[in-house]
Design a protein around this ligand. Structure first.
Ligand SMILES: [Mn+2]
Length: 426
């Protein structure tokens, strides 16, 4: 979909209002032009991957209500992320899920990625469902299974995912395991851990030297009594046993209610093992709501840890991979993703505005109120003009969602792809 001329026209009609807001924001935030520009550059370079499975409606176990015009294949998924990136300039890569996204023609996929200014983020394996023609079933687990044949099949699948990723230029394998048990007595906890670790080590050994593995934990669901990888500690131990290029992935929805996720982020940064994030919003569990929709303050505190770690020379900083992992049941998936991209950058911008020197002093002096007030001051700031400026300066849209609605993007997609097109994925 060619939107450049429409985009220019839209920006042209709104640029005066934008400039006025920038000038007011500079006064309110007490920023010199040079400080403002530095912030704009930092925000503009902050990119978050969109996964191929988030472009359609997710549904629940009770039903699914297609948005209409959902992407029907990998090419249309790339097209949709290309559109999100053209508007937001905040998502320059797409994360693929195998077997849903096996490319028919690698060269043409690569050409399409280049045309849309995109690259491939992590590739994700899938051992939480059985696929057609599969020899063994994952009903009772994959990498942890008691049957060596099942484990071998799951290992082989992960290696196949690495090969597909290599062909497309990815350098990361993301592993999330549904393995676990539903009832007491079903698993021997220690043996299930050991079998999983041995399987993961084989997958790790099959990765090219420049690849890294991201290991994602989750406390419950689909198994409700125990998960083999329920928490960051287990994930960390397994990563350490696998090798230097295995790091922990934090999915914001994969915690029990009220868990202090920012402290987990600080721990993993401290150990040099924070590999990446899956952003989403959560009220109760793995709700996969819009990022920042429920707990924006927590999101800000997570970014405070990330920005603080980056400033700290003693922190060994692995490259952190950022991705949105959300499911859209009632919102338009593309609008939802634009909202998440905005919320993530808002939290990042507020973290950048935080006075870390003053915070450090307040902490050293045990000034409890002072420390909290420093965070509140940054958190309560309105940083939206900074974000809009970053988008405009990168060639994006001053207001992506307003443009999406005005240009009737969803209606156009429905007329091209049909009302009942259903995206592959979750
Ligand atoms: Mn996830």
């Amino acid at each position: 979909m060619r939107i450049e001329s429409e985009l220019n026209d839209y920006n042209g009609r709104h640029v005066k209002r934008h400039e006025k807001q920038v000038s007011l924001a500079k006064q309110l935030l007490e920023l010199e032009d040079s400080e403002w520009n530095k912030l704009v550059d930092a925000i503009a370079s902050f990119q978050v991957a969109v996964p191929s499975w988030a472009l359609g409606t997710g549904g629940t176990r009770f039903g699914r209500f297609p948005a209409g015009g959902e992407p029907r294949n990998l090419e249309e998924k790339i097209e949709d992320v290309g559109l999100l990136h053209a508007l937001s300039k905040a998502t320059d890569s797409i994360s693929l899920h195998i077997p849903w996204d096996i490319p028919d023609d690698v060269a043409s996929v690569k050409a399409q990625l280049a045309e849309n200014h995109l690259s491939i983020d992590a590739v994700n394996s899938n051992t939480f469902q059985d696929q057609k023609g599969q020899d063994f079933s994952y009903k009772f687990g994959s990498l942890c299974h008691t049957d060596a044949g099942v484990r071998e099949e799951a290992i082989e699948h992960n290696i196949e995912v690495i090969r597909h990723g290599e062909a497309l230029g990815s350098t990361m394998l993301s592993v999330w395991l549904a393995d676990g048990s539903n009832f007491p007595g079903q698993h021997n906890f220690r043996q299930a851990y050991e079998r999983t670790l041995q399987s993961l080590m084989k997958i790790y050994a099959a990765m090219p030297d420049n690849w890294s593995m991201l290991l994602e934990y989750k406390p419950y669901e689909p198994n409700f009594y125990s998960m083999v990888l329920p928490d960051w500690g287990t994930s960390l131990k397994m990563c350490e046993a696998c090798g230097e290029r295995a790091d922990v992935l934090v999915d914001l929805g994969h915690h029990l209610p009220n868990t202090n996720i920012e402290q987990i982020v600080a721990r993993l940064t401290h150990f040099g093992r924070l590999g990446g994030f899956h952003f989403n919003g959560s009220q109760y569990g793995d709700d996969d709501l819009t990022t920042g929709s429920i707990k924006p303050f927590q999101l800000y505190l997570i970014f405070v840890e990330l920005v603080m770690a980056k400033k700290d020379k003693s922190v060994k900083n692995p490259a952190v991979a950022y991705m949105i992992d959300a499911s859209h049941n009632t919102k338009d998936p593309l609008v939802d993703l634009l909202m998440s991209l905005e919320q993530i950058r808002i939290a990042y911008a507020k973290a950048l505005l935080t006075d870390f020197n003053a915070l450090h002093r307040a902490q050293e002096e045990n000034d409890v109120a002072g420390a909290e007030l420093i965070l509140q001051r940054a958190f309560q700031s309105d940083v939206r003009p900074l974000l809009a400026d970053a988008r405009l300066k990168s060639g994006g849209c001053v207001d992506p969602i307003a443009f999406f609605n005005e240009a009737r993007v969803r209606e156009n997609l429905v007329s091209q792809r049909g009302k009942l097109s259903v995206a592959t994925g979750l």
